[in-house]
Design a protein around this ligand. Structure first.
Ligand code: CTP
Ligand code: CA
Length: 228
């Protein structure tokens, strides 16, 4: 679906956002997946559209509704997500919030795997998925001006996130603590840290919509020097 962008300070800019999990098939009825509601990524797509950006949201399987005012491309696997990202380029801004499965099953079965009496439990051979964020962050003419990744961590959140920003080659990384005690996974609020080349900003615990609005405002400031 194509939507006419609203007027706003990001008018004329294209933002690409990934959100939700990926599903990697084992057979027609089973898959491997990450835990992700898509709430934060979808909110970011909506917040960028609210500032006038043309937004392409590439979404894995989620139950949250499509945000209004953005074009949504629905995908299932990491490989499909990477292709959809490449088709959507060029973009000025990329926010990769999806929880991409790191591995996929090497040989997904065409037919349903059946239990056989007395047979062994099937062993799944996994192979690595492409890293969409690292691929998009590589220098070159197609690289978006601002590439932003996420890091969901359970321990040493900041240290892992600082290392991850450098490893991936993205400009900014948004880190959050997803340990069960934090309660943010699948919830309505998030508590994040923005990691840039300049350092680490600790943001307060906020509704996911407010985290998205604050990030969109930071993006606007970075690209234009304006505040919304
Ligand atoms: N990501 C991606 N493609 C992948 C894996 C991750 O684009 N195959 C992106 C995510 O969307 C996120 C960022 O990379 O923006 C970090 O994801 P994360 O899973 O935290 O990083 P990994 O490098 O996979 O490290 P880890 O071993 O901690 O899972
Ligand atoms: Ca990962």
């Amino acid at each position: 679906r194509q939507w006419t962008p609203k007027p706003g300070p990001l008018a004329g800019r294209h933002a690409l956002v990934t959100s939700g999990p990926t599903h990697e098939p084992i057979d027609p009825v089973r898959y491997i997946a990450n835990r992700s509601s898509g709430r934060q990524g979808h909110a970011i797509a909506a917040a960028l559209a609210a500032l006038g950006a043309r937004v392409t949201l590439i979404a894995g399987p989620v139950t949250v509704p499509d945000p209004l005012g953005v074009s949504v491309v629905k995908v299932e696997t990491a490989a499909q997500m990477l292709s959809a990202v490449q088709v959507a380029l060029p973009a000025d801004i990329a926010v990769l919030a999806a929880a991409v499965a790191d591995w996929r099953v090497a040989e997904p079965q065409v037919g349903k795997i059946k239990k056989q009496p007395g047979a062994e439990v099937p062993a799944l051979r996994l192979i690595p998925n492409p890293d969409i964020l690292a691929t998009l962050s590589q220098p070159g003419p197609a690289r978006p001006r601002l590439v932003i990744g996420f890091a969901a961590e359970t321990d040493d959140v900041i240290a892992h996130a600082i290392a991850k920003r450098l490893r991936k080659g993205c400009d900014w990384l948004i880190a959050n603590d997803v340990s069960p005690a934090s309660g943010v996974m699948g919830g309505a609020e998030n508590e994040v840290h923005l990691i840039t080349a300049a350092g680490v900003e600790d943001w307060p615990r906020l509704p996911k919509d407010a985290v998205a609005a604050r990030l969109a405002a930071r993006i606007l400031q970075e690209l234009t020097g304006e505040t919304p």
